[in-house]
Design a protein around this ligand. Structure first.
Ligand SMILES: [Fe+2]
Length: 337
C-alpha cells in the first residue's frame, strides 16, 4: 500500500514538473516614465499575481505596434494626450475594452465612443496669474482676449500639442471666426514671443515679465515640491478657476488602450480596471500631480493643491477633430511669430 502511494506521489510530482506552471502575465507598452508607472504596476502584481512586462518607449509606440503586426506581444498601451489615443484607434492597433467597470467609472466624454481607449488621469490646462499683482480668483479662456492683459500675457508655442488641444476645444465650442479673433487678441496681449515650456511662464511671472499665463496643472504641483529655483516660481503664481464661458475646464489626459492582437486580453482588461480603482488611481495620479478620473477618489495631491476640476463637456474626440483646423488658425494669425 505504502509503495503504491509513494509511486503515485512520484508520478504526480513528475507530472507537475513536466508541465510548467504558466505564470499569468500582461505586456504593457508605455511612453510614461518608469518612476511614475512602476509603483502602480508593482501594486497590481502584488494584488493579482499577474506579472507585468513593461516596455518603456520615448515615442513611436503606435509605429512599433504597427511594425510588430499580428505577432505583437503588446497587450496594453498607456500614453499621454488624447491625440495619441485617437491616432492609435484610427490606425487600427487597438480593440474595444468592453468592461462594465470601466464604463461605470469613466464619463463618456473622456473615452472613445467605441471604447478603443479610456482616460486614466486628467491634466487640466488653466490660467495662472501673479499672486501679488492680480487680485481676481477666476477667469474664462475667452477673457484672456481682454485688452487689459496687453503686454502681460505669456504662453508656450501655439503649435505645441497642449495649446493645440486647448485651441481645438475653443474652436469646437465657438467656431472658426470667433476662434481666429480670440487667437489674434491673445497674440496682441503677449509680453514675449510664445515659446519655451509651461514652467517658464511661472518663471516669467516671478521676474515680472508677465502677469498672466497658461499652464498645465501638474507643473504647478511639481514646482510646489521642487528643491530648486522652481519653488520660487511656484510661490509667485496663483492658479485661477479657469473655465470656458458657460462651460468647464479644458483637460487633456493620460489614457489606456488594449492592443488589437493582445495575447493576454483578459489580463489587459484586468490591468485597466485595476488602474481605475481607488488605490491605483491615487498612486498613479499623485506621481505626477494629475487628477484621478475616478470620481470616488477623495484624496489626491492635485485636488488638495488646486481643488476639484469641473471638466468641460466637449468630448475629447470632438476636440481631436478640430486639431488640424486649430493648427491652421495658429499659422494664419502668426501666433508664434
Ligand atoms: Fe508636460
Amino acid at each position: 500500500m505504502i509503495d503504491k502511494t509513494r509511486l503515485s506521489l512520484i508520478a504526480l510530482a513528475s507530472c507537475l514538473l513536466a508541465t510548467p506552471v504558466l505564470a499569468q502575465s500582461v505586456n504593457l507598452y508605455t511612453t510614461r516614465e518608469p518612476a511614475l508607472l512602476n509603483p502602480v504596476v508593482e501594486a497590481f502584481t502584488k494584488d493579482t499575481g499577474i506579472k507585468v512586462n513593461t516596455v518603456f518607449l520615448k515615442d513611436g509606440l503606435e509605429e512599433r505596434i504597427k511594425a510588430e503586426g499580428a505577432n505583437s506581444p503588446a497587450d496594453v498601451m498607456i500614453m499621454v494626450d488624447a491625440a495619441q489615443m485617437i491616432s492609435a484607434a484610427n490606425a487600427g492597433v487597438t480593440q474595444p475594452i468592453k468592461s462594465a467597470a470601466v464604463d461605470k467609472i469613466v464619463p463618456a466624454q473622456l473615452r472613445d465612443p467605441q471604447d478603443n481607449w479610456v482616460t486614466l488621469t486628467k491634466r487640466a490646462r488653466i490660467v495662472v496669474v501673479s499672486k501679488d499683482r492680480v487680485p481676481q480668483d477666476a477667469i474664462t479662456y475667452e477673457d484672456l482676449a481682454d485688452p487689459k492683459w496687453k503686454g502681460k500675457f505669456c504662453i508656450r508655442g501655439g503649435q505645441h500639442p497642449y495649446n493645440n488641444a486647448l485651441f481645438a476645444a475653443y474652436l469646437a465650442r465657438n467656431g472658426a471666426e470667433k476662434t481666429e479673433t480670440w487667437l489674434k487678441a491673445l497674440k496682441a496681449n503677449t509680453a514675449r514671443k510664445p515659446g519655451g515650456g509651461d514652467r517658464e511662464v511661472a518663471r516669467d511671472i516671478q521676474s515680472g515679465l508677465c502677469d498672466i499665463a497658461v499652464i498645465n496643472t501638474y507643473y504647478i504641483g511639481l514646482m510646489s515640491i521642487a528643491a530648486n529655483e522652481q519653488k520660487g516660481w511656484f510661490e509667485a503664481i496663483k492658479p485661477l478657476k479657469t473655465t470656458f464661458a458657460n462651460g468647464g475646464t479644458h483637460v487633456n489626459i493620460s489614457g489606456a488602450a488594449i492592443a488589437k492582437h493582445a495575447p493576454n486580453r483578459e489580463n489587459a482588461v484586468k490591468l485597466i480596471e485595476y488602474m481605475l480603482g481607488d488605490k491605483a488611481q491615487t498612486i498613479y495620479a499623485d506621481g505626477n500631480f494629475e487628477f484621478p478620473v475616478n470620481p470616488d477618489v477623495k484624496e489626491s495631491a492635485a485636488v488638495k493643491l488646486l481643488g476639484k476640476v469641473n471638466v468641460d463637456t466637449t468630448p475629447l474626440t470632438e476636440i481631436g477633430k478640430n486639431r488640424k483646423a486649430a493648427a491652421d488658425l495658429v499659422d494664419k494669425v502668426g501666433f508664434d511669430n
